[in-house]
Design a protein around this ligand. Structure first.
Ligand code: OAD
Length: 249
């Protein structure tokens, strides 16, 4: 990653009146949480439609809960990495309005980001599929899956499965900002899952610049992306923050 590319990112950030970020599993990879796609990805090991679709969950909740608990073991012990911290610093510096994350791991909030839209929910919250009541974490006994509510309904983490709608308020806020931002940082997402993948496209159509931070190209690269920063979020984002801080002194 050349210094000139980081300079360009900093110029874009300094020029922009409203910057948002869209993040995906890649930003948490350096915190030890596996991504979904790619060689080491979760969907290499588990068939998506068998484990991540709401109908599959209803059909065989104990099996899907087994995978959810495996994911949870990674998430529970994970700490924010320098990529998460850099986004929180950009917000504190007044250079980033909002993080829209597809991640369910809470690491942006732990790193200090205050304006976070959880597009796919949060694995810390549990909810009954029948009565809709929130459930305490103790309701999950790994020896007795699936967990059930007092009403008899199935308990599910408050995360979005395929076949479920994006939480209404999250969807509205994310697309509102996509329409009015003038810069969007697309960090650590393969940008293949809609509707999240449409956020940068909507932003581009409304006139925003698109910057990607990712070691790999995505369907956005070369199509809507103005600046592709190829590399890891944990390295690139802190470099940009340091450069912006130096410029202020
Ligand atoms: P993916 O696993 O599809 O993509 C992760 C992306 O992060 C890839 O493009 C990697 O190249 C990139 N990456 C890996 N390490 C990185 C690093 N250190 N820094 C920056 N980028 C890195 O994850 P998502 O795009 O988040 O949804 O997946 C989107 C949705 O698909 C998830 O929210 C989940 C999944 O199925 C549901 O389950 C509904």
């Amino acid at each position: 990653m050349s210094e000139a590319d980081i300079e360009r990112l900093c110029d874009f950030l300094a020029d922009s009146k409203c910057t948002i970020a869209l993040t995906g599993a890649g930003i948490s990879a350096e915190s030890g949480i596996p991504t979904f796609r790619g060689v080491q990805g979760l969907w290499e090991k588990y068939d998506v439609m068998e484990f991540a679709h709401i109908d599959a969950f209803r059909r065989n909740p104990a099996k899907v809960w087994g995978m959810l608990l495996e994911m949870d073991r990674h998430v529970v012990n994970a700490r924010p990495n320098p990529g998460h911290v850099a986004l929180a610093q950009l917000e504190a510096m007044g250079l980033l309005r909002l993080v829209v994350t597809q991640n369910i791991d809470n690491l942006h909030q732990t790193a200090g980001s205050r304006e976070v839209v959880e597009f796919h929910g949060n694995s810390k919250r549990l909810r009954c599929l029948e009565c809709g009541e929130m459930q305490p974490p103790e309701s999950v006994d790994p020896e007795n899956l699936p967990p059930r509510c007092a009403c008899g309904g199935l308990i599910k983490p408050d995360v979005i499965f395929f076949g479920e709608a994006i939480p209404w308020a999250a969807n509205v806020k994310a697309f509102e900002y996509a329409q009015r931002c003038d810069l969007i940082l697309v960090v650590g997402t393969s940008a293949v899952v809609a509707p999240a993948s449409e956020i940068p496209v909507v932003a581009k159509r409304a006139g925003a610049r698109i910057v990607e931070v990712n070691p790999e190209e995505t369907p956005l690269t070369g199509r809507v992306t103005d600046l592709m920063l190829r590399g890891s979020a944990g390295e690139i984002l802190p470099r940009a923050v340091r450069m912006l801080m130096d410029r202020r002194h």
